[in-house]
Design a protein around this ligand. Structure first.
Ligand code: 2AM
Ligand code: CA
Ligand code: CA
Ligand code: CA
Length: 281
């Protein structure tokens, strides 16, 4: 595609501008916001800061690219059915921005400093720009399709570990996934003895950025949405890693259960997760 610059405005520059503006604002709201609603339950949180961040990003994108489509978590009804339907309706757009205004809201609410803003741009359903910004560490992860992935201008590469037993691997426990929780726990049971150690830090997008940066060798999670993974998937691919679903099928926007790695441990990771799945039957 030769369309990464329209009218002199680079998609990537706008994505970075959105992420950093939102991030700076979110930081000022730490421990300093009013209303705290629960979407579904005491586990599924949303704050006025999630909504404000999404509004800021959406408005900024609209001023630059008024004809582009937009899919943001806070614009979609809670629950898996609505998010699948929203993606179905949006994914054929020529240009679609896919935004998670705070990934790791539970961490934000508790002051646990591991959350980020995730912004991706898809062109006919293929992610061409991915930006993940961690405002607490001021770390900006940027990928452009075919052009590599960078953290603050430094080229990233995935970790070099060849085996699970040398690998630091992360996963997640999305709340309100009653059906998925036992499967998640079986995966943890299978993997914990096989890897160097596991991490569950509470932000899927930031975990994926860490796989891209070589800080984690692998990551898997069940029950995610497009906005959790779109930017991170490109970061990993452009860093030389592999992103698939849990059956090893290539990443697409519709993936809900993700397996990501440095590539070298991918088969071992998929096999262990497959064992976790079948051990239940
Ligand atoms: P969030 O903070 O944007 O909501 C942690 O395991 C991951 O699960 C986070 O990326 C988190 O994103 C996501 N998550 C939180 N609530 C969820 C829900 N109800 N369904 C699916 N994913 C959720
Ligand atoms: Ca949420
Ligand atoms: Ca999220
Ligand atoms: Ca979110």
């Amino acid at each position: 595609h030769n369309a990464s610059v329209v009218g002199g405005k680079s998609f990537t520059a706008v994505a970075i501008n959105c992420a950093s503006k939102a991030g700076e604002w979110i930081k000022t709201k730490l421990g300093n916001y009013n209303q705290l609603q629960s979407k579904y339950s005491s586990q599924d949180l949303v704050t006025e800061v999630d909504k404000g961040s999404e509004r800021l990003i959406r408005n900024l994108i609209a001023t630059h690219f008024p004809h582009h489509s937009f899919l943001g978590e806070e614009g979609v009804e809670p629950g898996p059915d609505a998010s699948v339907k929203a993606l179905e309706e949006a994914r054929n757009a020529e240009y679609l921005w896919i935004v998670d205004p705070i990934d790791g809201t539970t961490n934000f609410v508790h002051g646990f400093p591991f959350f980020c803003i995730s912004i991706a741009l898809a062109h006919h359903g293929e992610v061409i720009v991915g930006v993940v910004y961690d405002p607490m560490r001021n770390e900006l992860f940027v990928a452009e399709k075919g052009k590599g992935a960078y953290v603050h201008g430094r080229k990233m590469g995935v970790a070099s570990e060849e085996r699970l037993r040398e690998s630091l691997v992360a996963t997640g426990l999305p709340p309100d996934q009653q059906a998925a929780l036992p499967l998640n726990l079986r995966g943890i049971n299978q993997l914990a003895p096989k890897v160097r150690n596991l991490r569950i830090a509470g932000s899927a997008a930031l975990h994926m950025a860490y796989v891209a940066a070589g800080r984690l060798s692998g990551f898997w999670e069940i029950g995610l949405n497009s906005w959790d993974m779109a930017a991170g998937s490109l970061l990993i691919q452009e860093s030389g890693g592999t992103v698939t679903d849990m059956n090893g099928e290539p990443y697409s926007l519709a993936v809900r259960n993700v397996t990501a790695s440095n590539g070298r441990i991918h088969d071992e990771l998929l096999t262990a997760l497959k064992e976790a799945e079948t051990s239940a039957e």
